[in-house]
Design a protein around this ligand. Structure first.
Ligand SMILES: [Zn+2]
Ligand SMILES: [Zn+2]
Length: 191
């Protein structure tokens, strides 16, 4: 798969961002500018000069548009959504080696507002996924009642659940019950 480490990092931010939405987890995890600010720090998003209510609104809108790519249904539709995002973001690729990260490419325009910054970076990460023919790796958790998204980077593309604690536990309980059922079904061989 032609997915670089930088793309993987961007995809991880993408998943974290999408899973802050009420559609994903039942309540808004980015309800105010302070929460957005904490998200920016936690995800180490660079060159963000200031944050205000307009930035919060822009990030909420971007989040819905990014989520549409996960449910695009066809490569053509996904490509159209990604193209629109990246074009509107004023993407300007440039090499940088800030903060000892080694040489990598920033797609966002220098000191762009957070909405456009994320649209450029996350949009390009999605573009690489489409280009690599890996759109099917963008998934929605299959646990009942869970709408979180994840990117399945497993070798055999077998991942079905998000890694939230709740779904992990649900999964373990289900697996435990399944093991018990199969243990009951198989007659014990002498002991
Ligand atoms: Zn960087
Ligand atoms: Zn889940």
């Amino acid at each position: 798969m032609l997915i670089t480490h930088d793309t993987e990092c961007a995809l991880s931010i993408l998943v974290e961002l999408l899973n802050t939405a009420p559609e994903a987890c039942g309540s808004e995890q980015l309800p105010d500018v302070a929460a957005l600010s904490a998200f920016v720090v936690r995800q180490e998003i660079s060159e963000i000069d200031s944050l205000g209510p307009a930035d919060l609104a822009a990030v909420h809108e971007l989040r819905s548009r990014l989520r549409e790519v996960f449910s695009a249904g066809s490569v053509e539709r996904a490509a159209g959504l990604v193209n629109a995002l990246v074009a509107e973001a004023g993407t300007t690729p440039r090499l940088t080696n800030h903060d000892d990260h080694g040489w990598h490419i920033h797609y966002f325009a220098p000191h762009a507002a957070v909405g456009r910054h994320l649209a450029a970076e996350l949009g390009m990460a999605l573009a690489f996924i489409v280009m690599a023919g890996e759109l099917e790796r963008l998934r929605r958790c299959e646990a009942p009642g869970c709408a979180r998204v994840f990117v399945d980077l497993s070798r055999n593309r077998s991942r079905r659940y998000c890694d939230s604690r709740t779904c992990g536990n649900r999964l373990h309980v289900a697996a435990y019950r399944a093991r018990q059922r199969s243990a009951e079904a198989v007659p014990a061989t002498g002991g």
